[in-house]
Design a protein around this ligand. Structure first.
Ligand code: NAD
Length: 447
């Protein structure tokens, strides 16, 4: 469904009116297009600590002249596409002043749609109370910048555990690029893991087999297309009732269509059988299929509760269990669950849905440490309001609130979720596990 308000606000006379009346002013977001440079433009870097090198490397990739702590490049007015800051050297409250000193003068130099990325240390890894306090404080700074800068800018904190310094490139490439247009205010934890950069950054998933559930439309279709663009062969799963559209998508991407109701008792076994017979393995599992049956708890029928829990959560548990049990997910495998911001914040009329989506987060958090031994990562993406058939069915007032109550004042597109999934699926993300990454433009109300 098209966002008529955003179209109006992008039209020059409409924009003037929107500004005069102080209404939400959604910026035009620039999304990645094949052929775009790996990062969006010059990056200026500052701060000091153990993470200066990865930041310098990404700045060099971007063709930036910025050296740590220097102001070179700032005079190129609004052409700076990113500000990167190594906060890992901050060991106490006084050190936090470095954030102000670096970002205050440069905040205005950042172009529309610019990126802020701060690298730090997870507080639990700090040797002192003062250090842990300061590192936790950095999160408040980053989240506020994400809400404050406007004009399509995003801000993230990457918390890099000691020993994981070599494993941040794929994440920095994602966060500094147009691929992360609708991701803001996130804290991404990186664990130590053997660095495994792809041979070709344009096709990082070449040779990988992926399965995507709910692949016939909406977010699942977009995930299918983006994983294919990145080189994967995608096994597309959806219910038999949409078999034609599923085949169209699968044919279009050169993948395989599998008609399957994932809530059926034998679904996991049938899917595992297909993957074993055709491919002998599955490298990337994306649990995207999901349904809503919204009602307040008082009015909810038991079948509405059961259906949502069965499709959104129990199927993910069962499919994971069977695929892992049959050793079909190899070393370096990726499991990605699609959760929802409703599962983090709760939502009126969605007790069933929010329960299922919070359960997806619980599943990811519980499985990640267990599967680390097998070098399989498990993460979740939690979309906010994404323009699909699911949100088109919402009542108008709820839909408008969903679109505007985020720092970018607009809904996201399926491709925003798909790009985030593709980043998590990439071989360079071996240390990114147990994370829940919101794709929501950052709520202006909550975290
Ligand atoms: P959608 O309704 O457009 O697509 C969902 C797909 O899942 C459909 O193709 C459907 O046929 C398939 N599906 C449903 N039940 C199935 C089953 N039993 N077996 C196999 N396939 C099944 O929804 P969407 O907006 O693209 O959402 C995709 C995922 O993202 C869902 O998990 C949803 O909960 C989540 N999500 C969406 C939003 C949003 O704003 N659109 C926000 C948060 C989370």
């Amino acid at each position: 469904m098209s966002d008529r308000y955003a179209s109006f606000a992008h039209w020059a006379p409409g924009r003037a009116l929107v500004r005069r009346l102080g209404l939400p002013d959604p910026p035009r977001l620039r999304r990645y297009r094949p052929g775009d440079p790996p990062v969006a433009g010059p990056i200026l870097v500052g701060g000091s600590g153990r993470l200066g090198k990865p930041l310098q490397d990404i700045a060099e990739l971007a063709g930036s002249a910025g050296a740590a702590g220097s102001t070179a490049g700032a005079d190129e007015d609004r052409r700076i596409a990113g500000l990167g800051y190594d906060a890992s050297g901050i060991t106490d409250t006084a050190g936090l002043r470095g954030l102000y000193d670096f970002f205050h003068p440069h905040a205005r130099s950042l172009r529309s749609g610019g990126r802020v990325v701060v690298l730090g240390t997870p507080p639990r890894d700090c040797a002192t109370t003062a250090g842990a306090t300061a590192q936790r404080a950095v999160e408040g700074f980053v989240r506020s910048v994400g809400k404050e800068f406007g004009r399509g800018m995003t801000a993230q904190l990457v918390a890099v555990r000691p020993g994981a310094e070599d494993g941040v490139e794929a994440t920095l490439r994602f966060l500094f690029s147009h691929r992360s247009a609708y991701v803001s205010g996130q804290v991404i934890d990186i664990e130590p893991a053997p660095a495994n950069p792809p041979a070709d950054w344009d096709r990082p998933l070449a040779g990988r087999v992926a399965v995507v559930t709910g692949a016939s439309r909406g977010i699942g279709e977009s995930i299918t297309r983006v994983l294919t663009r990145d080189g994967a062969h995608v096994v597309c799963v959806d219910v038999p009732g949409v078999g034609d559209t599923l085949s169209t998508v699968a044919n279009d991407v050169g993948g395989t269509a599998v008609q399957l109701d994932i809530a059926a008792p034998d679904a996991a076994g049938r899917l595992a059988g297909h993957l074993a017979d055709r491919h002998g393995r599955v490298d990337i599992v994306v649990h995207n299929a999901g349904i809503t049956r919204d009602r307040t708890l008082r009015r909810m029928q038991p079948e509405q509760w059961d259906a949502v829990l069965a499709v959104n959560l129990a199927s993910q548990e069962r499919i994971n269990a069977v695929l892992l049990d049959r050793d079909l997910v190899p070393d370096g495998g990726r499991i990605i669950g699609v959760s929802s911001v409703s599962g983090i914040a709760g939502n009126r009329g969605q007790t069933n849905y929010a329960t299922s989506k919070a359960g997806v987060i619980g599943l990811v958090e519980a499985m990640a440490p267990v599967l680390a031994e097998r070098r399989i990562t498990v993460n979740a993406v939690a979309p906010g309001f994404i323009e699909t058939g699911m949100t088109a069915r919402m009542p108008m007032v709820v839909r408008e609130a969903g679109r505007r109550l985020n720092s970018l004042a607009q809904g996201g597109l399926p491709v925003d979720v798909a790009e985030t999934v593709a980043w998590l699926a990439s071989p360079g993300c071996a240390g990114v596990t147990g994370n829940v990454v919101r794709v929501c433009g950052q709520s202006i109300l909550g975290a």
